[in-house]
Design a protein around this ligand. Structure first.
Ligand code: GLP
Length: 257
């Protein structure tokens, strides 16, 4: 069973944060199916639109389902354009766990997205030049219309870390200690990553549809802080609060159940 809403769970005091529209799925598989249908619906309705997709582990089952929806003739994933959300500075496709490797192998390749329909950060290039180039790509495609985001244990979205300046466009970021520690799960070994490049939270918040996805009990504490109306300098995802197109997609564990 899928639960909608969230007002009842968000507390009721006079200073309670406004409830974020939320869908709670019973398990991670159902969650991925629901998110893939929401993404496919947006893509069908916005040919030529610009889509920004997170790497990370959480949305990977969504990408497999989107490819399956395309194979079933229910969506043409090549009808839109794509922009990468973030990348580890210093890593490229040959590096297991780079955002490019993850997204190329999990989505762009299987979905058959031509290179001229996507612009992702090149982690091996100068990060400031990459930011300028991705900024141009976003502007040339009318701004990001749809974004699917995960959330880090520290509340980051993309690589917008606690303390990352709130600015327009793409940003070069010093990685938080939590992010460096968590990075081992992507790389399979410790790697000396220090910086990331990312679309800024402010630019993400200009999208008309912002889906924030979380699964598993380990995400429950940060989701609870977000819903309580955290300070965005401490929980960057809180920069999305109040966005009319923001929708949380959680499994029961991330919901705190
Ligand atoms: C990573 C990425 C984000 C991702 C987030 C959550 O470090 N920079 O783009 O959404 O952290 O990752 P995961 O889904 O693996 O928990």
């Amino acid at each position: 069973m899928v639960g909608e809403g969230g007002a009842a769970r968000s507390g009721g005091g006079p200073h309670a944060a406004p409830a974020i529209p939320t869908t709670v799925a019973p398990d991670a598989g159902t969650l991925a199916s629901l998110v893939s249908v929401a993404a496919a619906d947006w893509i069908r309705a916005h040919p030529g639109g610009l889509v920004c997709l997170a790497a990370g582990d959480t949305p990977l089952p969504v990408y497999a389902r989107l490819v399956a929806l395309q194979e079933a003739g229910r969506v043409d994933l090549r009808s839109v354009f794509y922009v990468g959300l973030d990348e580890w500075v210093g890593l490229g496709y040959a590096d297991r766990g780079s955002c490019l490797q993850v997204m190329a192998d999990a989505f762009y390749g299987p979905a058959g997205i031509p290179v001229e329909r996507r612009r992702v950060f090149d982690g091996l290039a100068d990060p400031h030049a990459e930011c300028a180039a991705v900024d141009r790509w976003i502007a040339d495609h009318g701004g990001i219309g749809f974004t699917l985001l995960g959330i880090g244990l520290n509340g980051h979205i993309g690589f917008n870390e606690p303390g990352t300046p709130d600015q327009d466009g793409c940003v070069v970021v010093d990685l938080d200690d939590t992010t460096k520690a968590v990075s081992v799960k992507y790389f399979g070994a410790a790697r000396p990553v220090r910086q990331g490049v990312s679309v800024s939270a402010r630019t993400l918040a200009k999208a008309d549809t912002v889906l924030l996805m979380a699964s598993g009990a380990k995400k429950a504490p940060i989701i609870a802080r977000l819903r309580a109306g955290a300070d965005p300098t401490e929980v960057p995802a809180a920069r999305l609060l109040g966005h009319p197109g923001l929708h949380l997609f959680l499994d029961r564990e991330a919901d705190g159940g």
